[in-house]
Design a protein around this ligand. Structure first.
Ligand SMILES: Cc1ncc(COP(=O)(O)O)c(C=O)c1O
Length: 487
C-alpha cells in the first residue's frame, strides 16, 4: 500500500472554534498584527510551534493517573530513568522542567567570559544561555545548510573543516606551542610519544577556551534538517583529537535517527533504536527538551557522563529546579515522559511523522511555492522573500505572510526573519522565512490539506499582501510582543 495512515485512532477530541473572515480581521488588528498576541481559541490551525503542543497517547494519560507524587525517590522517576538509560546508555540523568533549564545549568557550569561554544546552529534559547554566561556562540553548519534550494540530504551537518580550524585557532590562543591540543583521548594510547604527552597536558588549556562542542539534532534554526551519523562521528573524532567534550542538543533525536535510516548509505537495515543508541554513544552529554521527541507537554533532561560535572549539576538543579528525582516536574509528568520516550522510537510513528511533514512541503513546492528544501522533520519553512517579492525586508515580508495566513484561513504560523532576528544594531538575517511547525499527532491529513489550499489561494493573491511597520517593541526578543501597523 502506498498510503501511509495516521498510526492511531482518536479517542478524545478538542473542538476548533470556527471564525469568519470579518472576525479575524478585527482580532488581527486588536493583536497589533502579531499572531503571538492572538488568543489560541481564535486560531483554527495552530502551527506556531511543535514544542509541547503534541497529543499524548492513551498509555501516557493512564501514566498520568499512575504518577507517583513522592518528593524523593518516586516510582515515576525510576520508570523515566530506566527508559532513558535503555535508549541512550547514559548512567547519569537529570530531569528538568524544559530544555532551556538544562541549558542554563550546563552553561552555568561550563560557560563564562572569553569562552567559545561551537554548534552547527544554536537554537535561540541555547545561544541566549551561552551568551548570558558571557561566552560566544559560533554557528558552523555546512554551506549547503544556508541555502533554501540546496537538497543536500543532511543540511544540518557541522562543517568539520571549520570546526577543526576553530579548535586550532583557539588552541594557539590558549598558548600551546604547536597550536593544536591533540592527544588527550587518542585511540592510539599504546603508541604514546613525548609529543602526545605534551598535547594531553595542553588539552585543559584548550578546554578553558572551548569548554564543549555542541551539535543540534535535528537543526531547528536551519530548517529542521538532520545531521548524518558520519558527520557526528567526525565531530566526535575531532573532539577526541583536541580533548574537548562533545554534547548534543538532542530535542529531536528520534526524527534525526529516522532520517539517518532513510537517507544514510548502509543504515537502512538498522533499527531506529540502534541508531539512537549509536548517536548518544558518541556524546559526553546532552540537553533535551522532552516537549518535542519526549511526546509530552512539559519536561526536559540533562545527560552528563562525567561524574564530577554531574555532581555539580545536581547541586544547581536542587538550587533552582527541584530535587534530583523530580527536577521541577510532577510525578505524572515523569510518567508521561517515560512512555513518550518509548513511543517516539516506534518506526510506524516516525514514518507517519516524517512523511506527513514532507506531504505539506511537497504540495507547496508543486504549486510553485518556494520552501526550504528538502522538507525538514518538524516543520516546513516558506521562503517569504520569494512569496512576496514586492515587500522589502525592512517592511517584514514574513510578518506580512503570517498576517495574510491568519486573515485568510485562521492559520497561525511564525515569522523567522527580520522581525525575529533584526533590530537596531543587528545585521539583517540571511533569509526571510515563515515556519509552519507541525504539532505531533494533533492534526489529520484534511487539516493539512486545508493549510495547503489556504497557502495556494493566498499565493494567487500575493500582490495584495502589505508590508508592515513596527509601532511598539521591547528591547529584546521583540517578535513575541511587538505591535505593527499595515502600510
Ligand atoms: C533545538 C532546540 N533546542 C532547545 C530548545 C529549548 O527547549 P524548551 O523550549 O523546552 O526550553 C528548543 C525548543 O524549541 C529547540 O528546538
Amino acid at each position: 500500500m502506498k498510503t501511509i495512515i495516521e498510526p492511531f485512532r482518536i479517542k478524545v477530541v478538542e473542538p476548533i472554534r470556527m471564525t469568519t473572515g470579518g472576525e479575524r480581521e478585527r482580532i488581527l488588528r486588536d493583536a497589533g498584527f502579531n499572531p503571538f498576541l492572538i488568543h489560541a481559541d481564535d486560531v483554527l490551525i495552530d502551527l506556531l510551534t511543535d514544542s509541547g503542543t503534541g497529543a499524548m497517547s492513551s498509555l501516557q494519560w493512564s501514566g498520568v493517573m499512575r504518577g507517583d507524587e513522592s518528593y524523593a525517590g518516586a516510582r515515576s522517576w525510576f520508570a523515566l530513568e530506566a527508559k532513558v538509560r535503555e535508549l541512550t546508555g547514559f548512567e547519569h540523568i537529570l530531569p528538568t522542567h524544559q530544555g532551556r533549564a538544562s541549558e542554563r545549568i550546563l552553561f552555568e557550569l561550563l560557560g563564562g567570559p572569553g569562552k567559545v561554544v561551537p554548534n552547527n546552529n544554536h537554537f535561540d534559547t541555547t545561544r541566549a544561555n551561552v551568551e548570558h554566561s558571557g561566552a560566544q556562540a559560533v554557528d558552523l553548519v555546512i554551506e549547503e545548510g544556508r541555502h533554501p534550494r540546496s537538497r543536500h540530504p543532511f543540511k544540518g551537518n557541522m562543517d568539520l573543516a571549520r570546526l577543526e580550524a576553530l579548535l586550532e585557532a583557539e588552541g594557539t590562543k590558549a598558548g600551546s606551542r604547536e597550536g593544536a591540543e591533540r592527544g588527550a583521548r587518542r585511540s592510539d594510547e599504546g603508541t604514546k610519544t613525548r609529543n602526545d604527552e605534551h598535547n594531553a597536558a595542553a588539552a585543559p588549556r584548550l578546554r578553558a577556551r572551548v569548554p564543549l562542542v555542541m551539535c543540534t539534532i535535528t537543526n531547528n534554526s536551519g530548517g529542521g534538517q538532520p545531521v548524518s551519523l558520519e558527520n557526528l562521528r567526525g565531530v566526535r573524532a575531532l573532539c577526541d583529537r583536541y580533548g574537548v567534550p562533545f554534547f548534543l542538543d538532542a530535542c529531536r533525536f528520534a526524527e534525526n535517527a529516522y532520517f539517518i535510516k532513510l537517507r544514510e548509505p548502509g543504515q537502512q537495515n538498522r533499527s531506529v533504536r540502534e541508531i539512537v543508541r549509536e548517536i548518544f554513544d558518541l556524546a559526553d552529554g546532552a540537553t533535551i527538551s522532552a516537549k518535542k521527541d519526549g511526546l509530552v507537554n512539559i519536561g526536559g533532561l540533562l545527560l552528563i557522563r562525567d561524574k564530577e560535572l554531574m555532581r555539580r549539576a545536581d547541586e544547581l538543579l536542587i538550587l533552582t529546579e527541584g530535587y534530583v528525582t523530580y527536577g521541577g516536574l510532577a510525578g505524572r509528568d515523569l510518567e508521561a515522559m517515560a512512555q513518550g520516550f518509548e513511543e517516539v522510537v516506534h518506526e510506524d510513528y516516525l514514518q507517519y511523522r516524517i512523511r506527513s511533514t514532507a506531504y505539506l512541503g511537497e504540495k507547496l513546492l508543486a504549486a510553485g511555492i518556494q520552501i526550504v528544501e528538502p522538507p525538514g522533520g518538524h516543520a516546513i519553512y516558506i521562503d517569504a522573500a520569494a512569496f512576496c517579492p514586492h515587500i522589502p525586508p525592512a517592511q517584514f515580508p514574513g510578518q506580512a505572510l503570517v498576517c495574510g495566513l491568519y486573515r485568510h484561513a485562521g492559520i497561525r504560523a511564525v515569522e523567522i526573519g527580520s522581525v525575529m532576528f533584526g533590530g537596531p544594531g543587528r545585521p539583517p538575517p540571511a533569509m526571510e522565512l515563515v515556519r509552519l511547525a507541525i504539532p505531533r499527532r494533533v492534526y489529520t491529513q484534511s487539516h493539512i490539506d486545508y493549510v495547503v489550499e489556504a497557502i495556494i489561494e493566498l499565493y494567487g493573491q500575493r500582490d495584495r499582501l502589505r508590508g508592515l511597520e513596527i509601532i511598539e517593541q521591547p528591547p529584546t526578543l521583540r517578535h513575541f510582543t511587538a505591535r505593527f501597523r499595515e502600510l
